[in-house]
Design a binder for this molecule. Structure first.
Ligand code: MF3
Ligand code: CO
Length: 265
């Protein structure tokens, strides 16, 4: 069931979303080659708790999937061929030349915010840089379609078309989602699909839109049994950007917009 949020609920989600943005801003300023992904996680958890909120992902257990252990951290930090759900570890060091996707969720005032960015550490191949830039633009093009009167898959198609125009592949088995008092609500928001199909978008729907785009041919992110991290099938790099948005008439409202990048978007 898709819920429409009241302006009062959206006000609370704005607060949660703003804390997600400020947490990612902090990590963007602090991330450096040689750091462990655990250090990033500790920094994020501390900042979130200092702001009277809880990490949404910590102890998260997917409904109806008893095979996987509850998620053990605040962030997902996914490096290069890791698509999503990289579990922070003190043994996992980020290095010059890596692309590092950081996904963060915050629960505050009874509502969740969820966002992700891919950081480029030092110099990378032109194709990898382009992958990251195109994935961020895929997210912006998806958001641009998230307006009242459009259909859900107008978002999906905008993401898919832009990614494919560069020859990149869309990870199809991981999707965005509705978000609110639960981290994952209806509807699923795929990153591929046909324009003019899917549910009608209405003002007050809150969505986490999250393109995951890969450099090679891989259209799936795969995990070893029992493991959280999901990687591309061919080992090629993958990028991930995510925002929590509210469907509005004319232009979506983005709840997790960075203050660092203000004026850019
Ligand atoms: N942004 C991701 C998602 O919406 C992060 C979930 S990680 C988990 O699915 F640990 F909470 F599963
Ligand atoms: Co999400």
């Amino acid at each position: 069931m898709i819920t429409i949020k009241s302006e009062r609920e959206i006000e609370l989600m704005r607060d949660a979303g703003s804390l997600v943005a400020r947490t990612l801003d902090l990590l963007e300023m602090e991330i450096k080659p040689g750091m462990s992904t655990r250090e990033l996680d500790t920094m994020a958890e501390q900042f979130i708790r200092d702001n009277n909120a809880l990490p949404s992902f910590l102890n998260y257990a997917p409904k109806g999937d008893p095979g996987v252990t509850p998620y053990p951290a605040t962030l997902c930090v996914s490096i290069n061929e890791e698509v999503v759900h990289g579990v922070p570890s003190k043994k996992r060091i980020v290095r010059e030349g890596d692309i590092v996707s950081v996904d963060c969720g915050v629960y505050k005032g009874g509502y969740h915010g969820d966002a992700a960015r891919t950081f480029i550490l030092g110099s990378v191949d032109g194709s990898v840089r382009q992958l990251v830039e195109v994935t961020e633009e895929c997210l912006e093009r998806g958001i641009a379609m998230a307006v009242e009167g459009n259909r859900l898959h107008d978002i999906s198609a905008a993401i898919e078309d832009y990614a494919r125009s560069f020859g990149f592949s869309v990870i199809e088995n991981m999707v965005g989602h509705g978000i609110g008092s639960e981290l994952h609500e209806d509807p699923a928001v795929p990153n591929y699909g046909r324009r003019h199909t899917g549910v009608n978008l209405r003002e007050g729907m809150t969505l986490a839109i999250e393109p995951m785009i890969a450099l090679g041919r891989s259209r799936r992110a795969v995990s070893r049994r029992g493991a959280w991290v999901a990687v591309t099938e061919d080992g090629k790099p993958s990028a991930h950007f995510e925002h929590t948005i509210v469907v509005r008439p004319g232009k979506a409202e983005v709840l997790t917009r960075s203050l660092l990048h203000e004026g850019k978007a």
